[in-house]
Design a protein around this ligand. Structure first.
Ligand SMILES: Nc1ncnc2c1ncn2[C@@H]1O[C@H](COP(=O)(O)OP(=O)(O)O)[C@@H](O)[C@H]1O
Ligand SMILES: [Mg+2]
Length: 241
């Protein structure tokens, strides 16, 4: 599991995360909601050791993310991350993009990496696109390629940061479907999203972040059905307008 305790994060003099406590349990899909600027992306980056913290701790399967002795390569192999914008290598095919990290970071042979790539492209429904350059793929296909690339490292956890926000509306569904498929397969996922409908029908729990704190966390029914925090209520009201 991922254990987040009292995490404080500053950029310069400004405290962005003000003591975050949060657990992510094995096999669950936890949605992180919250207004823009509430600290959602920063929190994901702290989990993935892309950002240092100034207080508290984060443990991933018992490994302290910010302990100087932690092997970051090993830690990051546990954590697949997908962003709003996927920066695929433009000169590499879809298959080569997926095979790259298993070979360079995961120590797989060329053949093993290729087999992994084939498997994960198939998994996200891109088997027929293996030999195309990323520029030949639609936005939705590019995001599924990003998911395949993360999965090829055989992570225990997947972190998603607004992965559908930059997509044309008609391409959103295929990416959300891919995430739902992973949930069904038992992947543990943290999903930052503005998509209340997705949070409602596809997550196990929802956490609502407000100004660097967890204003509320609970089941979908609790947080989205009967929110107790004024911040959550206000956020949900706005979504209905
Ligand atoms: N690298 C950075 N340097 C300084 N401030 C940052 C940096 N990244 C994020 N911030 C600030 O931290 C706050 C939270 O940002 P972010 O985590 O991106 O919020 P969210 O993802 O919820 O929209 C914002 O006020 C943002 O301006
Ligand atoms: Mg963000």
């Amino acid at each position: 599991m991922i254990e987040i305790r009292g995490v404080r994060k500053q950029f310069g003099n400004i405290e962005i995360l003000k003591g975050i406590d949060l657990d992510v349990n094995k096999g669950e899909l936890l949605c992180l909601l919250g207004a823009s600027g509430s600290g959602k992306s920063t929190l994901l980056q702290c989990i993935n050791a892309l950002e240092p913290i100034q207080g508290g701790h984060i443990k991933v399967d018992g490994i302290d993310v910010h302990d100087r002795k932690t092997d970051l390569n090993k830690l990051r192999q546990k954590l697949g991350i997908v962003f709003q914008q996927f920066n695929a290598f433009p000169h590499l095919t879809a298959l080569e993009n997926v095979a790259l990290a298993p070979r360079l970071v995961g120590g797989k042979s060329r053949r093993e990496a290729r087999e992994l790539a084939v498997k994960h492209l198939e998994h996200v429904g891109l088997a027929g696109k293996a030999d195309l350059l990323p520029s030949r793929l639609s936005g939705g296909q590019q995001q599924r390629l990003a998911i395949a690339r993360a999965l090829a490292m055989q992570p225990t956890y997947m972190l998603f940061d607004e992965v559908t926000s930059a997509l044309d509306p008609e391409l959103v569904g295929e990416v959300l479907d891919t995430m739902r498929m992973l949930r069904k397969e038992g992947m543990t996922m943290v999903v930052v999203t503005h998509d209340i409908a997705f949070a409602r029908n596809s997550s196990d729990r929802v956490a609502f972040l407000h100004a660097g704190t967890v204003a509320e966390i609970g089941t979908v029914g609790q947080v989205l059905g009967q929110p107790s925090s004024e911040h959550t209520k206000k956020f949900l009201r706005r979504e209905h307008q």
